[in-house]
Design a protein around this ligand. Structure first.
Ligand code: ZN
Length: 201
């Protein structure tokens, strides 16, 4: 529980500090945004003991998530708060000791979504893949989301991936296929996780 309280105070403090840099109005906005985020994330990890701080892996993930990977954790806490407000529930079985917050329902039909250390959706053969994204966020920290976004933009306007795409298995015949079978799986973070953790496409 202490881990949750510290996380809540730290997240609210971080957004308040970022707001303060923009002036007094920013400070108030930062606090208003940060308090519910901190409360949601702190409660989620505290009540489920998501990070086992007695183990080196749990402690390291906890420290990294609130330092180097803090921008990803803030993004994940936002995602979590929105999901909880819409009635999604934390799955304790997939969260306790797993160094993540795992929500029961997904955001897009047929897909699981991971933002920072928050996973939405349950489909056991895809969990390793989603944990791969959490690892990527911890490795690349503040660079992760910009690098993923940049790849999306470049791969959309300049489809270099068409050169090595498996056209026989995944023909690109319409806009939906262009994004779901082209831009998305060829993004560097997705190509990495599909290759390393599956599931088989
Ligand atoms: Zn993925």
């Amino acid at each position: 529980m202490v881990a949750g309280v510290i996380a809540a105070v730290f997240l609210a403090g971080a957004t308040t500090f970022i707001g303060l840099l923009a002036g007094p109005v920013g400070l108030v906005l930062g606090a208003l945004v940060g308090l519910p985020l901190g409360a949601a994330f702190g409660w989620a990890i505290g009540s489920t003991r998501a990070y086992d701080l007695r183990t080196p892996r749990g402690l390291l993930a906890y420290v990294v998530d609130f330092t180097w990977s803090l921008p990803n954790t803030i993004a994940g806490a936002m995602f979590l708060a929105i999901n909880l407000a819409r009635g999604n529930k934390v799955e304790p079985t997939y969260t306790e000791g797993k160094r993540c917050v795992h929500l029961g329902k997904g955001t897009f039909p047929g897909y699981l979504t991971t933002i920072g250390p928050v996973i939405a959706g349950v489909s056991e053969n895809v969990h390793a893949h989603e944990h791969g994204h959490i690892l990527q966020a911890r490795i690349f920290g503040p660079l992760y989301l910009p690098a993923v976004a940049a790849n999306w933009v470049i791969a959309t306007v300049l489809p270099f991936w068409l050169l090595y795409h498996d056209h026989a298995r995944y023909p690109i015949k319409n806009v939906r296929a262009y994004f779901l079978d082209g831009v998305y799986p060829h993004n560097w973070n997705e190509a990495w996780c599909y290759r390393r953790y599956g599931p088989q496409r």
